[in-house]
Design a protein around this ligand. Structure first.
Ligand SMILES: Nc1ncnc2c1ncn2[C@@H]1O[C@H](COP(=O)(O)OP(=O)(O)O)[C@@H](O)[C@H]1O
Ligand SMILES: [Mg+2]
Length: 203
């Protein structure tokens, strides 16, 4: 993700990066440090994080304009069995792809939804971007598989996303969105000790 952002900025020879873009780069670099630091220190800690809060943070980190995002987040969700920084990375990976896919879209819109079904929390992220041809859908989670038109792709974002989720008992799926664009559905298990509900945070 950091490589992708840096390459995008480097590729733009005429226009220097803005403060917001450099801020975005720094945010992702800081989170990468946190993920590594936490992975080394938290072997025995039980993962738990607020899904809606992580979604809001990921939207900010991905640099979306407010008017391009709609959210329908279920209030009072239990915590998910995933660390907050892991969740932010997972959601950011999907959102950065959506943002790139909507670059040429006349009406870019991302819709975020969260809900709970049984012991799983579901997050769906749909976009009005270029969409993913059916023959590519099965391949986008493979390592180094990238279709990015510019030099910003490493083909690792969705591979890492899937691995992080599988490690916590979750999953990710991609599909075509009716009317164009893509939909990513993410399932996260409810944390076992989730007696306490996440703070009410909807956007
Ligand atoms: N929302 C989306 N809309 C269209 N294509 C997408 C979307 N998300 C992912 N893709 C496709 O899946 C490929 C793999 O994504 P990813 O693993 O994140 O790698 P990268 O972003 O480095 O190319 C992308 O190159 C892109 O072609
Ligand atoms: Mg990506």
């Amino acid at each position: 993700m950091i490589c992708g952002l840096a390459q995008t900025l480097l590729a733009r020879r005429q226009k220097p990066p803005t403060r917001a873009e450099l801020g975005c780069l720094a945010t992702h670099a800081r989170r990468a440090c946190r993920v590594i630091h936490n992975a080394l220190n938290r072997r025995r800690a039980r993962p738990a994080g607020d899904v809606n809060h992580a979604l809001v943070r990921a939207v900010q980190a991905a640099g979306f304009r407010k008017q391009d995002v709609r959210a329908s987040l279920a209030p009072g969700l239990p915590l998910a069995a995933v660390f907050p920084d892991e969740m932010e990375s997972i959601f950011s990976n999907v959102l950065l792809n959506a943002r790139r896919a909507m670059k040429a879209s006349p009406c870019p819109q991302v819709l975020l939804e969260s809900s709970k079904k049984g012991k799983m929390i579901t997050v769906t992220m749909s976009d009005t971007g270029s969409g993913i041809p059916r023959e590519r859908l099965a391949k986008i989670f493979e390592p180094f598989y990238t279709f990015a038109a510019d030099a910003s792709g490493t083909g690792l974002g969705l591979f890492i996303t899937q691995r992080m989720l599988a490690r916590r008992g979750g999953s990710v799926n991609a599909a075509a969105r009716a009317g164009g664009g893509a939909v990513f559905s993410i399932e996260l298990p409810v944390a076992r000790s989730a007696g306490s509900k996440a703070r009410r945070r909807t956007k």
